[in-house]
Design a protein around this ligand. Structure first.
Ligand code: F0G
Length: 352
């Protein structure tokens, strides 16, 4: 086995503009497609988790960032900017460092998970907390990069981001030997669902698969503009990664839904947290809350009959559970320390 070369090297001939690039890379992509026996049992489907938390900075954003940052390097840019609910900023900070560029991130104050903030700090980004939500931050980032074009915008409105992220679909088809019947993923700014659908279409058009999945986009109930059919001005959800009211890739998301015969669903915070705990407790995969929305959506869709048994279903779990320790420890009782005493430990384990 040779080492996984990173996704630009792996899929170079399928990536717009990448033919001659020397990539800015942390060897992202090549993430595991993990069978989920418990979820399969629950649904009567063959369920897989595409574990994107296994990327270098712990989320799928790295797929887009290797492309966006390599593109920025060849454009001669020295600085990049993004708006972020946390994962994009962590990824941008890491890849900017690799590229020798400076990076600034606009984040909604108090609304990003601790692990993500820690990453941006350690990776040397200039962190600007904004008294507003993600949508406000993205509007600011667009305005500033349009006024100062020497600064690159590395949100998913940057076409290179979508190009990179579509490679997850290639990997899934390569492993399954076919396209899944249904692909579920959490949707916030809607770049990722746009990217996956592009990836599936390209592989299909190229004869690499003989089918296309139906796309199931899942939003948090308090931030579900694509379900409601209109932007949400005050998005709220415990899944801070997808606390977004005005998705930039609205059209891409609608196209994915309509062309694939798919649907958008809303999952309540309660359903998201339930799925979050279920995935960890039964599959051994610890994801962040937003990521669990994909699984919450599949469980609800199965219950309501949108999803038939016997299908092959892939859920993208977009980010690592370590990103958000506060939510993981929510409601944990204070525990009393046990004495340094094997008898006391045995008693605690109900062995004696
Ligand atoms: N899951 C996670 C863990 C995310 O961080 C995001 C987006 C999504 C899902 C939704 O993906 O926006 O392409 O529909 N996070 C962005 C960020 C907004 O700033 O990190 P999307």
């Amino acid at each position: 086995h040779s080492r996984w070369p990173g996704l630009i090297a792996a899929y170079r001939d399928r990536l717009e503009g990448a033919a001659d690039w020397e990539p800015v890379t942390l060897f992202e992509g090549g993430t595991p497609l993990v069978p989920a026996p418990h979820l399969s049992e629950l649904t009567g489907c063959e369920v897989y988790l595409k574990v994107e938390g296994a990327n270098p900075t712990g989320s799928f954003k790295d797929r887009g960032m290797t492309m966006a940052m390599t593109d920025a390097k060849y454009r001669g840019q020295k600085a990049v900017l993004c708006a972020s609910t946390g994962n994009t900023s962590a990824s941008a900070a890491a890849y900017a460092t690799r590229a020798g560029m400076s990076c600034a991130v606009l984040i909604p104050q108090g609304k990003i998970a601790m692990g993500k903030l820690a990453q941006a700090v350690m990776l040397g980004a200039k962190i600007i907390q904004v008294d507003g939500n993600f949508d406000d931050c993205l509007e600011l980032a667009r305005k500033v990069t349009s006024d100062f074009p020497e600064v690159g915008l590395v949100n998913s409105v940057n076409p290179a981001r979508i190009e990179g992220q579509k490679t997850a679909s290639f990997e899934i088809c390569d492993v399954l030997g076919k396209a899944p019947d249904v692909h579920a993923l959490p949707v916030g700014n809607a770049g990722n669902i746009t990217a996956y659908w592009r990836g599936y279409r390209e592989y299909y058009a190229d004869g690499r698969t003989n089918g296309l999945p139906r796309m199931l986009g899942v939003q948090a109930a308090g931030a579900a503009p694509l379900v409601n059919g209109a932007p949400v001005s005050n998005p709220e959800t415990i899944a801070t990664a997808i606390r977004i009211g005005a998705p930039a890739s609205w059209n891409g998301a609608m196209e994915a839904k309509e062309q694939s015969g798919g649907t958008f669903r809303a999952a309540t915070d309660e359903e998201i947290l339930e799925a979050y705990r279920l995935i960890a407790a039964t599959e051994g995969v610890f994801v962040e809350p937003a990521s669990a929305a994909s699984v919450a959506g599949v469980l609800a869709a199965r219950k309501e009959g949108w999803l038939d048994s016997g299908l092959t279903v892939v859920c993208t779990v977009t980010g690592n559970g370590l990103k958000d320790p506060d939510t993981a420890l929510l409601g944990m009782p204070q525990v009393q320390a046990i004495a340094v005493d094997p008898v006391a430990i045995a008693r605690e384990l109900e062995l004696a």
